[in-house]
Every structure is written in C-alpha cells, then in structure tokens.
Design a protein around this ligand. Structure first.
Ligand code: GLA
Length: 382
C-alpha cells in the first residue's frame, strides 16, 4: 500500500502526534506512525524512500534501497541522542561505494569459497566479488536491491515489513527465494529483526544485517575503547582469504577471548596470524548456545564515554565480529566526518562462513516447503 503524505498527516493528527511528524520525521516522544519521505533517486529514476520510525526512545531511519539502516539514534546517560551507525546522507554514495553500511545481506551473509558449492549432486557457481570468493551474496546482493516496504503498528510495536524476491539463478543461487524481513521497534526501544524466506528449489540461505556500530556516535573516532563481551568459547579460524579452515578453535589464550569483558583494542595489535589475515578482527564466533528456537543473549557492547550499551540476542549459531578494518579514510559520513580504520564495528548474527562447503558446520540448506526463520534482537541502554 502506498501511504501518501496526506494519509500520514491525517493519521498523525488522529494519534495526537507532535507537529514534528509534518517535517518528515517521527520522533521518540511523538506519535508512532512510520513516516515516509523521498531520499533520492537511482540513475534509472527509481525513487528511494526513507522510512522514519521511533518507539521507546529509539529512532530509526530505513531506506528502501538494501533495507539499509541509514540512521539509528539512541540517548546517552544524559539523554543526548546520537546516530550510532555509520552511513551516508545521499543515495549516490550508497550506490557507488558503500561497504554494506547498515544493509540487509543475502542470499548468503559472509564468504563462500571460490563461490562454489554442491547441493543434491549439482554444482553451482556463484558470483565472485571478493578475490576468488563470493561475499555477501555476490556482485549484486540483497544490499543493492530495492525492497518493498510496508509500515505497521501492532499493539505497542512499530515497524516495517521489507520484501524482496530473488529469482531462480540470481547471482548463481538456485531457487526463487521469497524474503520477508521485519524491523520492529518495541515499546522498550529494542530493535528486533525477524528474517523469513521460502524457496521453490533446494538452496542455501544465510541472511544478516550489516550495521556498523559506534556507540559514541558515527564519526566520533575509533571503537577500540568500546567494551565487548561475547558468550563463545570457540571461533572459526580462517585462511588468508578469510575462509574458515573448518576447525572450531578455542578462544582461550588467544586475542579472540571475549568471554570476559575487554576493550576491542586490548589485543588488536597482538602479533597473531589470524589478526594478520583479517587486518584486525574479522572472524566468526561459534556461540556457546548454538541454534536456539528463541533469541538468546550472546554479546554486550558498551561505550564507557557515553554509557550507551547494545545487547544482542539471537537464534543464530554464529556472530561475525568485524572491527572495521577496511575503512580507509575514503568515505565521509552524514555528519561530515571521514571514516578511518576501526571507526566502527559490526556484529553480524549468522551461520558460519562457507557452511555450504563445510560438512561439520550447521547446515544453511533451505528446501521447498520449509520456511527459513531467524531472529536477532538489539537492546539499547545507557
Ligand atoms: C564483512 C566481512 C568483512 C568485510 C566487510 C565489508 O564483515 O567479513 O571482511 O568484507 O563485511 O567491508
């Protein structure tokens, strides 16, 4: 359904919203109806919209391009709001040079070795876009498609349904994959992401979200003093192309041990082959809890300077922790700051990288008649 501006304003007035909604932004203290505004146009003229929603003290802006979280604002311990996710203020930069800022990732979050896998005796060649490997769905992954977005309010929740259908053979993947992602802001300000997908042919799926977090605010400097705890005794060591060796190695005694809270920067310069391969941390933690029916808490991130915290709960077995190693001072954020190495980190809930080629990893196969369902919940505090 196309929600036009008149409907939004009428709805806002009926809900007793503050006049701020008329300016195209839903505010935390105002009404709860998501508001749509034009963000820009693709080269072919396709209009890209920005959806603003707010609930429980969290303010979110989502683009129809890539389902991108363009901005996520939360308060610090003094109630001061900052956008804690890296991004751009224009569609051109998202199209030309984004390193997946805030985007939905599919069909396969993370790497598949040589872009190849076999399923039911058939071999598939995927689009290769990271050296010899396929990363985040290939050259034109879900992050580079326009999603259909429908707003909703349900009880005390506010949110968006995002739809994208990937045709059979897209980027080399078998099966028509119908994807629905639900972004919900709860009355407590949690940002919940529910992923669903169905296929008409056996395929592999591994959906995730690629928000670059900096809890002190995007453009405020490095995240090396953020404190992090991850409930995982093992991780997946990689080769020089960042493909897992297949081993689930113990984190004990390595820079990858985040079972006790430590700063991101504490061990990041320790001489270690894995850190050399990743140019820092770019690894998947095998979460102690494994796959769960309900989201369970797996990681806590805290910025001591602002007091802002992020807790992640997920149904997924893995967490890719990427310390922003490839940010190289060539991108400029919406606040005008240059993004440099380590200015943000990603915590991508997912199955392990290269699972289609690793028999011992939890399976990422989805068959006709099955529904892929995973959930990740982000809880904020200060
Ligand atoms: C993921 C990968 C990283 C990098 C970023 C995007 O997190 O694991 O190696 O490709 O995406 O730059």
């Amino acid at each position: 359904m196309e929600l036009n501006r008149r409907t939004v304003i009428a709805g806002a007035a009926a809900a007793g919203m503050a006049a701020t909604a008329l300016g195209g932004t839903a505010h935390a203290t105002g009404g709860r109806t998501p508001v749509k505004s034009l963000f820009g146009k693709l080269a072919d003229g396709t209009k890209i919209y920005s959806w603003s929603l707010a609930n429980g003290g969290t303010k979110l802006k989502v683009l129809s391009y890539g389902g991108i979280v363009q901005s996520l604002e939360i308060p610090d311990r003094h109630g001061k709001y900052k956008n804690v996710s890296l991004g751009f203020d224009n569609i051109e930069d998202y199209v030309a040079k984004t390193p997946y800022f805030g985007a939905l990732i599919g069909r396969y979050g993370n790497r598949i070795a040589k872009g190849q896998f076999s399923l039911d005796g058939k071999s598939y060649q995927l689009s290769v876009n990271d050296g010899v490997n396929s990363l985040h769905g290939g050259i034109k992954g879900f992050d580079k498609h326009v999603w259909d977005i429908e707003p909703f309010t349900k009880g005390t929740d506010v949110g968006l349904y995002l739809y994208y259908t990937s045709v059979d053979g897209e980027m080399g993947y078998p099966g028509t994959l119908k994807t629905k992602v639900t972004y919900t802001l709860t009355k407590h300000g949690d940002w919940r992401v529910d992923y669903e997908a169905t296929t008409d042919k056996a395929t592999v799926v591994n959906l995730t979200s690629h928000v670059y977090w900096n809890l002190a605010g995007e453009g405020s400097g490095s995240i090396y003093d953020h404190e992090l705890k991850i409930a995982a005794a093992r991780y997946t060591p990689v080769d020089s192309g960042l493909i897992p060796t297949g081993e689930l190695a113990k984190v004990a005694g390595t820079p990858f041990d985040f079972r006790r809270t430590k700063t991101v920067g504490e061990d990041i310069r320790v001489a270690n082959q894995q850190l050399l391969y990743g140019k820092g941390i770019d690894h998947n933690w095998a979460l102690d809890k494994g796959i769960t029916a309900k989201p369970e808490h797996v990681a806590t991130l805290r910025d001591p300077s602002s007091g802002r915290t992020l807790k992640i709960a997920t149904t997924e077995p893995g967490l890719q922790f990427y310390s922003g190693n490839f940010l190289d001072g060539t991108l400029v954020g919406p606040g005008g700051s240059i993004y440099r190495q380590g200015d943000a980190l990603c915590l991508e809930t997912q199955h392990f990288p290269d699972s289609p080629n690793q028999a011992s990893f939890p399976s990422t196969v989805l068959r006709q008649g099955q529904t892929y369902r995973t959930t990740t919940v982000h809880t904020f505090g200060n």
